[in-house]
Design a protein around this ligand. Structure first.
Ligand code: SAM
Length: 237
């Protein structure tokens, strides 16, 4: 059976285009993925099809109203499903969350807009709130697509298991660098060790590269890892 992904949005074209492309699009063709895009505006109660109103308590910006969103959510039986709301005030979205969500049967994503959505929708329908990073996007579609993409590529049959295991974060470290032909590109040579055919030494070199990269770009990740003494020294250079 296919993995159900339902997206509630004010910009359906944007999400539909995504579902047509990439590995996600191919999976949809095979029936491995059952995508559904719901236009929140179709559930607006007023004749101007408006979905936003001014915030109680005052302040800048508008708020996505509860009623159209609730009706849209009910139309897909969201209370019986796992509902994810990408928002800057959520928990950081991590590879392990992607793995967990990939084991659900289906997910429903709400794309926010304006200053955000009426809190009562969060309280009544939402199971998890995620941020995709410490910056603010103008609306939730890109964040929802980030979540879908990370989740869906982990579904069984989508990728070779080794390629998932080698990804950044799977072992708590960033990935090692990759090289392919030619051996010399604009006078830059592929590291000698990779041409040696010596698997154990290659594995060790890659691991060292992972440690060096992580220490340089994401020292925060190293705090939760136990490194060997030799690896510890690499992080200090
Ligand atoms: N006033 C909100 C705040 O400061 O947290 C920002 C709202 S933002 C302009 C509109 C919508 O974009 C949000 O409701 C959310 O759905 C989405 N969004 C923006 N940045 C995001 C992020 N870093 N992660 C996930 N969703 C995000």
């Amino acid at each position: 059976d296919g993995y159900g992904i339902t997206v509630l949005t004010l910009f359906p074209e944007l999400v539909e285009e995504y579902f047509r492309t990439s590995i996600v699009g191919k999976a949809a063709d095979r029936g491995a993925l059952i995508p559904k895009v719901i236009n929140i505006r179709d559930f607006s109660q007023d004749r101007h099809r408006s979905c936003d109103d001014a915030p109680y308590g005052g302040g800048a910006g508008m708020v996505l109203m509860a009623e159209p969103l609730a009706t849209a959510l009910d139309s897909v039986d969201a209370k019986a499903r796992h509902v994810v709301f990408p928002t800057p005030s959520g928990r950081p979205f991590r590879q392990r969350d992607a793995l967990r969500l990939s084991r659900q049967k289906e997910i429903v994503l709400i794309c926010g807009r304006y200053e955000g959505i009426d809190q009562r929708i969060v309280d009544e329908y939402v199971d998890e709130e995620f941020t995709i990073g410490d910056y603010v996007l103008s609306s939730g579609e890109l964040a929802a697509m980030v979540v879908i993409d990370a989740v869906y590529r982990l579904r069984e049959g989508m990728l070779r298991p080794e390629s998932v295991l080698e990804d950044s974060f799977q072992d708590g470290l960033l990935e090692h660098p990759h090289y392919t032909r030619p051996e010399v590109f604009r006078s830059r040579k592929v590291p000698e060790i990779l041409l040696s055919g010596h698997h154990a030494r290659i594995a060790q070199w890659r691991r060292e590269q992972q440690v060096i990269r992580t220490a340089r770009n994401r020292p925060d990740l190293l705090q939760n890892l136990s490194l060997t003494e030799a690896e510890q020294i690499l992080t200090e250079s």
